[in-house]
Design a binder for this molecule. Structure first.
Ligand code: DGL
Length: 272
């Protein structure tokens, strides 16, 4: 039995969709979630810069003595998972491998689409992983720079639907039967995505696949918490705690009581 918390991080609130699934799948575990709001968004940034952010946060969470780190951000996973796994002694789980695996298992015609941020598409990790699992499968990636800002804002719904239609069009044209939603914000618009793609296309979301991976990893390593307990969760942000609390509820779909502020200097110090 191991009562230490699982550390989860993202550029902002998007990773709360992953935390939500983890809380549902593992109600007896403790979690600490860090949102790097001061540097959101990661998606349009150079991969090397995002890698630096991920390394700082990974080192910070390790110092909090977490038993596992979940990189609940597709962009940060794309940019930094390999470095984190090399540098940290704690086990690190990202959101990309579980999704790539689920997509390869789901596809019948071996044509898989990917919607994600610019950095995630540029990094090419989904393509590598899909190829490693099935060299004959084809991945069709589409960068969607407008989706995160639209999901976060109060923009008219029609604008969001138009953007989804535009990004989905090349995937439909390529006749994919499975689409990877490679960004932690996308579960929030699941009904729009499913309606635009139709029932025949299987949608793969990182939140569900990652929660399953976290549960399996804790079980395999024998570091689960006592199953009879109710777990706790704690929130940290590099940005404004009140804004996190207000926006975070929509992503977590559970109450967020207290949010602590962490300075960027504190993150940088730990990594140094
Ligand atoms: N969390 C990011 C991801 O999953 C999306 C938000 C951002 O661009 O920072 O890729």
């Amino acid at each position: 039995m191991d009562s230490r918390a699982v550390g989860v991080f993202d550029s902002g609130v998007g990773g709360l969709t992953v935390l939500h699934e983890c809380l549902v799948t593992l109600p007896h575990e403790n979690f600490v979630y860090l949102g790097d709001h001061a540097r959101l968004p990661y998606g349009p940034r150079p991969l090397a810069q995002v890698r630096g952010f991920a390394r700082e946060i990974g080192a910070f969470l390790e110092r909090l003595d977490v038993k596992l780190i979940v990189v609940a951000c597709n962009t940060a996973t794309s940019a930094g998972i390999a470095d984190l796994q090399h540098e940290l002694s704690v086990r690190v789980v990202g959101v990309i491998a579980p999704e790539a695996h689920a997509a390869v298992q789901a596809t019948r015609n071996r044509r898989i689409g990917l919607l994600a941020t610019e950095a995630t598409v540029e990094a090419g990790r989904y393509a590598e992983l899909v190829r490693a699992l099935d060299a004959g499968a084809e991945l069709v990636p589409v960068a969607c720079p407008r989706l995160v800002p639209l999901i976060e804002s109060d923009a008219p719904f029609e604008e969001l639907v138009d953007a989804v239609r535009e990004y989905a069009a090349p995937l439909k044209q390529a006749n994919v039967d499975t689409a990877i939603l490679g960004c932690t914000h996308y579960p929030l618009i699941r009904p729009v995505l499913q309606r635009v793609f139709g029932r025949d296309v299987t949608l793969v979301f990182s939140a569900e696949e990652t929660a399953r991976e976290v549960a399996k990893t804790l079980a395999r390593k024998g570091i689960e918490n006592d199953a009879a307990r109710e777990g706790s969760y704690r929130f940290l942000t590099t940005g404004d705690p009140a804004a996190f609390r207000a926006q975070g509820r929509r992503f977590l779909q559970l109450p967020i009581a207290e949010v602590e502020h962490v300075t960027l200097a504190a993150l940088a110090e730990t990594a140094a």
